[in-house]
Design a protein around this ligand. Structure first.
Ligand code: FES
Length: 578
């Protein structure tokens, strides 16, 4: 068996390069798929980790994409081997796909480490698939490149563009306010999702794909080329070539995803009006790689970065428009004074080289720094006696008059309590009230679902109220909007102060000073917490993965990873299977 790679000893040669019983076993069973002898000649073996699934519609195009990656791998002299990973469909899974992000990460980590592969291409897209795959791959640290599903085509309804998620929330509130009929609402359904691909607003999927590209973990334009555009297939083909080069040049994921690339990503996140969900995903990813990243970094690093991209939910346009306007390289070029151009990408070029020649083709969609969509963007990290571990808010998606507010709490002890009472005529609530929802954190739901953008009471919608301050330990969809304070940490079910908020308590939220406080004395707080601790609710699951999750999940300010998954175990496995 020849060494086809100039003397480089690849990881896979520990299985396929051995002229003994073990090598026989590794090769022979692979040959059952029709592979000829010479593909085991020491060439790079590229795993293609695919989260394709028919019940993850956002990832439904990835079967075809995998074939294009394989073309590039073969062409560059590698051996492509596709394998599945658990797929997480945001709109399909109960109680929330977030519960299973860490399970996907475990699946991906062990599949990569356990198999004789030298490099990996991650095929994902729907909200939790990108971070789950990145986290798993980070803990092995092979040469790794991401190809995302790409956004679906712009939604269309009665002559107008409509956005995934964002217009669902708007339309459903319009129905409740009596401004839209139910038949009209139902008829928007088919026009919203017209092709495979991820939500085409700047929701979590588009945010994470943009972050992947900004970190240099994909080829340029990965975030924005529409899922069904032929250029996504061409980019996938080129990715196949690039990952083989990455293996031969020995460039691993941890050399690309560094503190510098996180800083670039956080600033790009602000300029694009990215989802709050990126906070938990990036904190978890940093934990896997041992990169120092704190919750406050999201606020500090994004300060002064204005909102440049006019996309829903913070603005008007959709991902197709962003691609035609120049894509992420044009956004990065427009904000280059905030970026570190020397950060490395998967190709070995710097990120600066990736955007230096980019141009903006539509200045309505990608604004210049001196004429932004909004001056306030990024993530606000709030602290105070109501959120000692922190809470987050997306100011670009909130009504400006609610960026500081004092109001009386209307408290819901659980999502069921909220659903049962929010529309009762005698609910003591007005537009100055603050809606408080408990029991929706990582341990409490479990899995920290996207229910933080609580629908407003119908009686206030009918009066024309469009936004209210809402506080919870939940997340919210990246497609959602409003003066919504999320990720309150510690969560109620972990004994955080959120657990002891009572109806009528006054809450003060001061955006500019990033403060969130319950107006009760320290003694009162202590007394209420003592009562709560004496009557702690039982865990919401007692067996299976949900129990493992509840027992080990970290709070939102630490990324909601499982405590024993933080860090890396590398790629070395010394023991054979026979
Ligand atoms: Fe899958 Fe939005 S639901 S990307």
């Amino acid at each position: 068996m020849s060494d086809g790679n100039a003397g480089k000893r690849l990881r896979s040669s520990g299985s396929y390069g051995k002229l003994d019983r073990d090598g026989f076993i590794h090769r022979s069973w692979m040959k059952s798929q029709g592979l000829p002898d010479d593909v085991f000649d020491g060439r790079p073996v590229i795993g293609i980790c695919n989260t394709w699934s028919e019940i993850t519609p956002c990832n439904a195009g990835l079967r075809e994409i995998a074939e294009h990656v394989k073309r590039g791998v073969w062409e560059a002299g590698g051996l492509p081997l596709e394998f599945p990973a658990i797929s997480l469909g945001e709109t399909q899974m109960r109680p929330t796909a977030m519960l299973f992000r860490n399970l996907l990460a475990m699946d991906v980590e062990e599949s990569i480490r356990g198999n004789p592969i030298d490099g990996v291409v991650l095929l994902g897209g729907c909200d939790k698939t990108t971070p789950g795959q990145m986290m798993g791959a980070a803990s092995v640290d092979l040469p790794t490149i991401v190809v995302s599903s790409g956004p679906m085509l712009n939604g269309k309804f009665r002559g107008k563009d409509i956005g995934s998620g964002t217009d669902v929330w708007k339309f459903s509130e319009a129905v409740r306010a009596g401004e839209m009929s139910l038949p009209d609402f139902m008829s928007a359904e088919s026009g919203m999702s017209r092709s495979p691909g991820t939500c085409m607003t700047m929701g979590t999927a588009s945010t994470m794909a943009s972050i992947v590209e900004a970190m240099g973990m994909s080829l340029p334009y990965n975030a924005t080329i529409p899922a069904v555009d032929a250029r996504r297939k061409a980019m996938s083909h080129e990715t196949g070539r690039a990952v083989v080069r990455m293996v031969l040049e020995g460039r691993t994921m941890s050399q690309v995803v560094t503190r510098a690339s996180f800083e670039n990503a956080l600033r790009v996140h602000a300029a694009i009006g990215g989802s709050t969900n990126a906070v938990v995903h990036l904190l978890a990813l940093a934990g896997r790689l041992g990169v120092e990243l704190k919750l406050e970094d999201f606020d500090v690093l994004s300060r002064n970065v204005p909102l440049l991209v006019d996309l829903q939910p913070s603005g008007r346009f959709l991902m197709e428009d962003l691609h035609y306007a120049g894509g992420l390289p044009a956004v990065m070029k427009a904000m280059e004074t905030f970026l570190d151009p020397t950060a490395l990408t998967v190709t070995g070029a710097t990120i600066g080289a990736q955007y230096e020649n980019a141009e903006v083709w539509n200045a309505e969609v990608i604004r210049p720094l001196d004429a932004p969509v909004k001056a306030d963007s990024g993530i606000w990290v709030l602290r105070g006696n109501l959120a000692p571990g922190g809470a987050v808010m997306k100011p670009s998606a909130a009504s400006p008059h609610l960026l500081s507010h004092r109001g009386k709490a209307v408290v819901f002890e659980s999502i069921e309590d909220f659903r049962a009472r929010i529309d009762t005529p005698d609910l003591d609530v007005d537009e100055t009230s603050i809606l408080v929802l408990k029991g929706c954190g990582p341990k409490g739901y479990p899995g920290m679902p996207e229910v933080g953008n609580m629908p407003l009471p119908t009686k206030l919608l009918e009066k024309g109220v469009k936004d209210m301050v809402r506080i919870s330990d939940a997340r919210m969809s990246g497609t959602a909007f409003g003066a919504v304070i999320l990720h309150v940490s510690p969560e109620a079910n972990a004994g955080g102060p959120l657990a002891i908020v009572q109806n009528g308590d006054e809450i003060v939220f001061d955006g500019p000073s990033r403060a969130l406080n319950l107006q009760i004395s320290d003694a009162e707080m202590e007394a209420r917490l003592a009562v709560w601790n004496a009557n702690r609710p039982p865990p919401v699951a007692t067996r299976g993965y949900a129990k493992l999750y509840i027992d080990h999940v970290l709070q939102a300010d630490q990324g909601c990873d499982l405590d024993f998954l933080v860090g890396s175990s590398g790629s070395v496995v010394t023991r054979e299977s026979h």
